[in-house]
Write a protein that binds this ligand. Sequence first.
Ligand code: HH2
Length: 338
Amino acid sequence: MTYRLPHLCPAALAQPDLPRLRGQTGLRIAAIEEHSRTAPPVLRAYDPARDADLAAPLPALCGLALDRPRLMGIVNVTPDSFSDGGQFAQQGAALAQALRLVAEGADILDIGGESTRPGALEVPVAEEIARTAPLIRALRAEGLRLPISIDTRKAEVARAALDAGADMVNDVSALTWDRDMAPLVANARVPLCLMHAQGTPQTMQENPHYENVSLDVRDWLGAAIARAEAAGIERARLIVDPGIGFGKTLEHNLALLATLGLLHDTGCAILLGVSRKRFIGVLTGVEKPAERVAGSVAAALHGVAQGAQILRVHDVRETRQALSLWQALQETELGTKT
Ligand code: HH2
């Protein structure tokens, strides 16, 4: 089996006949790198007969066109999240934080009531609902129209959130935690993010192991997509995520970021969560997650240059500024092409 990694170049620099990556305004496909488990990668030209799927635009997500990268602002209503635990545990503070992220340029909000940091303990369902559903209701009462995602592994929490006005589900267990999650999402006909993780938050950093981390994660997500489709969730509503930091060493995380584009041929949008994560601290020696903003923005820009459609971030203002520059530079016409 071969896997396709599109080599991308800024639209501004590309010959106009090169196809756009999945209809994105800023990126064109310059070539295809084929990976396999048995041989080194091989570079070849884009072939419309074999690769047209990589150029086909993705459907809009909750009304948001995916022709350019979108920012998902993180709202953790938890006492123990790794980077902002306790800061927004009170509903009033969480509401203010959510509205601030919207004002700063978030396209989507991701609301979570259970930390998934390494070693985190499970939160009872009733407690997780009490943390998330009233906040979503309050945001809708404020007149917020932006898509809201519920970050949970649990069907009952997702159901309460959707009832309160959420539009999509972000399941870091990719439907493996709660067997009621797949039918719930299928019936609600909402988008679902399938994230790769090895192990559970309690155990995932103990001794993560892969044969070939990029291809193992790609295959695992392919199987997760097949399970979701078998449960009645159409591929057009699925989003995939390599799960940076979830059962991965520094080397695993870096390899996954370098080969992120291997996920495009799943036919799903790619969501990337690197914000303030530990691998940035390990690489830079910066201990405090809140001080990892510059590293987070650099990793986020790497992700969008690989064609990721959604960035899950704590620092919306800073990432929006960087993204605006990136987008303008991708699209600026040089007027020198012949
Ligand atoms: N990362 C975290 C939580 N949810 N969901 C997706 N799809 N992708 C991610 O990378 C991801 C996620 C962990 O970050 P955070 O929410 O800031 O921390 P905590 O889990 O401690 O609340």
